[in-house]
Design a protein around this ligand. Sequence first.
Ligand code: HEM
Length: 120
Amino acid sequence: MSHQIYQILHILGILMVFLGYGALLGRALAGSDCPRLKKMGSITSGIGLLLILVAGFGLIAKLGYSYGETWIWIKLAVWVALGGMIAAINRKPCCASKIWWILLALGTIAIAAVYWFRFL
Ligand code: HEM
């Protein structure tokens, strides 16, 4: 598979995580217990996390990056934190508005890692 396909899948994964988590947080903020929204949000974010990981490692292999590079470890840490957020969203609906901004901060760190930190 070409690295362009991995790049497309990687970014699609990011879109799916933020769409899914956005839906779950909207559900929490609205005080709704809509099961369909919970299912859509959980499945979409779950598939998104998998796509980010698989395509991310595909990009490492295709573009010849080494696993020792700090920016890649930063992104892996962000990915783990993003993955853990589903528990916070489901268990702490009262903190939905805080989680909203934490998610955006995590995304910003990952993007800064790829467009800035790796060139430092
Ligand atoms: C498992 C964790 C991750 C790994 C191993 C990983 C790995 C990579 C690699 C190797 C690249 C290619 C860099 C290049 O084009 O030279 C990349 C690009 C990118 N990653 Fe990740 N990434 C991970 C998680 C994330 C997360 C969580 C986000 C954002 C929320 C993210 C956002 C991006 C963006 C925006 C690009 C640039 C795409 C481009 O301009 O081609 N990544 N990632």
